[in-house]
Design a protein around this ligand. Structure first.
Ligand SMILES: *[C@@H]1O[C@H](CO)[C@@H](O)[C@H](O)[C@H]1NC(C)=O
Ligand SMILES: *[C@@H]1O[C@H](CO)[C@@H](O)[C@H](O)[C@H]1NC(C)=O
Ligand SMILES: *[C@@H]1O[C@H](CO)[C@@H](O)[C@H](O)[C@H]1NC(C)=O
Ligand SMILES: *[C@@H]1O[C@H](CO)[C@@H](O)[C@H](O)[C@H]1NC(C)=O
Length: 431
């Protein structure tokens, strides 16, 4: 116990030492991405790459991306499971980086863990492609924030505590052993998440940018709670604190939010009529959680990200004949324009980081218009969700990963938004 306490104090002292350190202002090393005003270039996104175990498939994918002109891809730097899922993970070869149980999380930096991410990051470099790496997920997919909530705050906790509970914030960024969350195992300073990931790759020119979280919102698969409501700016505060923390660890790589780009137009009620009723739009009224204009002004947020999924976000309210601007297409065009305007104001780059509509015909009709608007308004990157690969050989081209994600006949997972080379009309929009 005493030993544990000493180790604890050492961890805390080391943490304070890091936080207090001044970051030298210097030029990034050769090959690192930087911003100049609103510029850099981008695009692609196979989140499933680190789930593959076959090097031939990984190389074939990078080769195809390079052939398609892709410079940057975005993938998950998180992959967490419960301890009860371990037998399945071992049986199926599933990639996992963190294992949670009542004692907190343990890092898996072995061959089924971070070694796979190491390999993807290293192989990317071989093909001249850089990576945007996200530290966690707002949603339960591949672990993420709700495992922190579940195991630290308890099964009845709401989603918002991910951003407000100090034990969770500390577990996310630098230690899996936090006050009131002690165990019999002696604390190991080497077990830290954001800190582990950043320290592992901070010298790599193959990293394009760090991303604090995929799609941070006040609610997730769990319900929201009172800490994160319009006006609290909870997510903006969280972004600032985490971006500053990452900057202390790594002075050179770019940092971004990974957010969907919600606005908080404090003085305006933006909305729409539905069945004779005025609906205040949660993407503009602060309810979703972000404040894109404010977040982009944060010192260590180097560029903005946003996503577009109007069919998911508005369901059947879209494409109503009496509201000409509330078609999928127009809603997206406005959203693109508004983010471009905000980025111009902040003089920082912005990327259209994910987007999707269902159906091949909808994609073929709408994507060229969205892409054109993004290019016309000075976007620095366009990342369609998501890059699809055909002809993967692993496990004979059939493999179940997790959730609904699987390889089928050699095709990478398709959630309805994957874009494969044989969908020639859509593919050619991007190539
Ligand atoms: C594992 O995690 C999920 C997601 O939070 C949760 O729903 C589930 O109950 C957990 N399983 C166990 C055994 O704790
Ligand atoms: C649609 O947008 C245009 C341009 O912003 C505007 O002039 C028009 O009034 C809008 N129409 C509706 C029905 O909101
Ligand atoms: C195309 O979009 C419309 C409007 O949201 C939707 O009703 C339709 O189902 C979509 N088509 C497909 C094939 O998903
Ligand atoms: C593209 O290939 C996939 C996987 O083989 C197949 O399921 C799909 O039908 C093909 N699509 C087209 C448009 O040919």
């Amino acid at each position: 116990m005493k030993h544990a306490l000493l180790a604890w104090l050492f961890c805390i002292a080391a943490a304070i030492g890091t936080l207090g350190a001044r970051v030298p202002v210097s030029r990034p090393p050769r090959g690192f991405a930087t911003t100049k005003g609103r510029s850099f270039v981008v695009d692609g996104k196979p989140f499933w790459l680190p789930l593959l175990t076959n090097q031939r498939d990984i190389e074939a994918t990078f080769k195809e991306m390079r052939g398609a002109g892709i410079k940057v891809l975005r993938t998950w730097g998180f992959n967490a499971i419960n301890t009860t899922e371990l037998p399945f993970a071992h049986e199926s070869g599933l990639t996992y980086y963190q294992v949670w149980d009542k004692d907190g999380w343990r890092l898996n930096d072995g061959p089924q863990g971070l070694k796979r991410l190491d390999n993807v990051i290293q192989t990317a470099g071989k093909y001249g492609i850089k990576i945007i790496l996200a530290f966690t997920n707002n949603w339960i997919g591949y672990g993420g924030s709700e495992l922190y909530v579940n195991w630290i705050a308890g099964a009845s906790a709401t989603h918002d505590v991910f951003f407000s509970d100090r034990r969770i914030v500390e577990s996310y960024r630098q230690s899996n052993r936090v006050p009131n969350f002690q165990t019999q195992r002696s604390p190991v300073c080497a077990e830290k998440y954001v800190k582990t990931i950043v320290n592992r790759y901070k010298h790599s020119p193959n990293i394009f940018a760090w991303e604090l979280m995929n799609e941070a919102r006040c609610r997730g698969d769990l319900q929201g709670g009172p800490n994160c409501v319009a006006g609290t700016d909870l997510i903006s505060h969280w972004y600032k604190e985490q971006a500053d923390f990452v900057r202390e660890l790594d002075p050179h790589h770019l940092i971004t939010t990974g957010g969907e780009g919600h606005f908080y137009k404090r003085d305006e009620d933006i909305g729409y009529w539905l069945n004779g009723q005025w609906i205040s739009d949660y993407n503009y009224n602060g309810q979703a959680g972000e404040d894109f204009d404010l977040d982009l002004t944060l010192d260590n947020i180097d560029f903005g990200t946003y996503h577009i999924y109007p069919q998911f976000w508005y369901g059947s309210t879209l494409d109503k004949p009496d509201n000409e601007n509330f078609t999928i297409e127009d809603w997206g065009l406005n959203w693109i324009q508004q983010h471009a305007d905000s980025a111009k104001q902040a003089n920082k780059p912005v990327i259209l980081e994910e987007f999707g509509v269902s159906g091949l015909q909808n994609k073929t009709n709408i994507y060229p218009k969205w892409v054109k608007r993004a290019l016309d308004t000075g976007h620095s990157g366009i990342l369609p969700w998501q890059f699809g690969m055909l002809g993967l050989k692993e496990a004979g081209g059939q493999r179940y990963f997790k959730y609904d994600d699987r390889l089928i006949d050699g095709a990478s997972p398709n959630d309805g938004f994957a874009i494969y080379k044989n969908q020639t009309a859509v593919w050619s929009v991007f190539t």
